[in-house]
Design a protein around this ligand. Structure first.
Ligand code: NDP
Length: 350
């Protein structure tokens, strides 16, 4: 693998996931070499097969256990890694065991990747970007919190002790908060490591997968929410008040590697939305012919235009500092449903 003509080599964990795949696309299109980590060779190969145009700049390293620093040694062995994006983290809202399935891999995995950068990076790693979440920002116990605006200054107050026995959603949110907090604490106690950290905090991420979606069987939890609306009787009730497009989230990660002012900062990428507006926009797209006519009959109608009051999300800093441009929600809705419709057609033929 050559790094000479590229901007450097990113070690990307979780490149096989929904968000990680878009980060991978964005990084390749932005001129980086990328080395994805995966738990197994077939999984790495599956991801690489989605990007046939980049054979010389896309490689993989098998990291069987993201909680082990030593597992990362081969990924750094040739001294190529200049940047790290850590997107791997369990995204499950119904864990069997909160500690084993969520808290340990998320929290230990987050500091282990920093430790690996220090131990094996040969001083070449310039910057680390981690995929945190709005889950790390929001105080769930405050509920709808009408009139409040969440910014990067807010932290989810949940503790490890609470999370260990909490419901799955609370435990997932805690896994993201404690993982991010752990990374900042690690940076605080390792001030001379030579690399900076930026964290990206999106709410629900909608929008397309970067590669061809061939099945709806193992969708990311967030895409599953929009998939669930197809053939549903009712528009889903409010759960979280914010969304981001997968391509905006990817752009934020890659911009954070490049913009000097990004170091030491966390960025919310996201804006307010409601499921009702998603459904309204999908119906509008059907009327305009941007989604198939028959698809309109498979969507609930709900109460057109209804906007239930809740907190707001301020995702403006990511535009001001990193230059990330938000898309129209309509484009996100259309592109997500086009891909889901196509995947369902493929499933029906199989
Ligand atoms: P996916 O489930 O599609 O991807 C998760 C990725 O993390 C996969 O690559 C998966 O690897 C990897 N992973 C999960 N658990 C482990 C583990 N124990 N060891 C090693 N790798 C693991 O979810 P998303 O793409 O949606 O999520 C990616 C990141 O974005 C996560 O950090 C998530 O918390 C964050 N995020 C997602 C949001 C969303 O709405 N989608 C919102 C905010 C943040 P494998 O492919 O091998 O399973």
């Amino acid at each position: 693998m050559t790094t000479l003509q590229t901007k450097g080599t990113i070690l990307l964990t979780g490149g096989g996931g929904f968000v990680g795949g878009q980060i991978l696309r964005e990084a390749l299109e932005s001129g980086y070499s990328v080395r994805i980590t995966a738990r197994s060779a077939p999984s790495a190969q599956r991801t690489i097969s989605h990007f046939p145009s980049y054979p010389s700049v896309l490689s993989s390293a098998i990291v069987p256990d993201i909680q082990s620093v030593e597992a990362y040694e081969p990924a750094f062995a040739d001294g190529a890694i200049t940047h790290i994006v850590h997107a791997a983290s369990p995204f499950v809202l119904t864990p069997e065991d909160n500690v084993r399935d969520l808290l340990n891999p998320a929290i230990k995995g987050a500091t282990v990747v920093l430790e690996a950068a220090l131990r094996y990076g040969n001083g070449k790693v310039k910057h680390v970007v981690a995929t945190s979440s709005f889950a790390s920002v929001i105080n769930i116990s405050e509920g709808m919190r009408v009139g409040y605006t969440y910014t990067e200054k807010d932290w989810n107050p949940v503790t490890w002790e609470q999370a260990a026995t909490a419901d799955g959603v609370t435990a997932y949110c805690a896994s993201k908060k404690l993982a991010e907090r752990g990374m900042w604490d690690w940076m605080e106690s390792h001030r001379d490591v030579g690399f900076g950290l930026t964290t990206i905090c999106p709410p629900w991420v909608f929008g397309p997968y970067a590669g061809k979606l061939e099945s709806t069987k193992s969708l990311s939890e967030s895409v599953q929410l929009l998939n669930n609306i197809i053939d549903a009787e009712n528009v889903p009730p409010f759960d979280f008040g914010g969304y981001a497009d997968s391509r905006e989230v990817a752009s934020a990660h890659v911009r954070a590697l490049e913009v000097p002012g990004a170091a030491g900062r966390r960025f919310i990428v996201g804006r307010d939305y409601r499921y009702q507006i998603v459904v309204d926009l999908a119906h509008e797209a059907v009327e305009k012919g941007d989604l198939p006519k028959e698809f309109g009959n498979r969507l609930p109608v709900g109460k057109k235009g209804e906007w239930v009051d809740s907190y707001h999300i301020d995702g403006s800093e990511v535009t001001r500092v990193l230059g990330v441009q938000y898309r129209e929600l309509r484009d996100t809705v259309v592109d997500t449903y086009k891909q889901l419709i196509q995947a369902r057609e493929l499933e029906a033929k199989a």
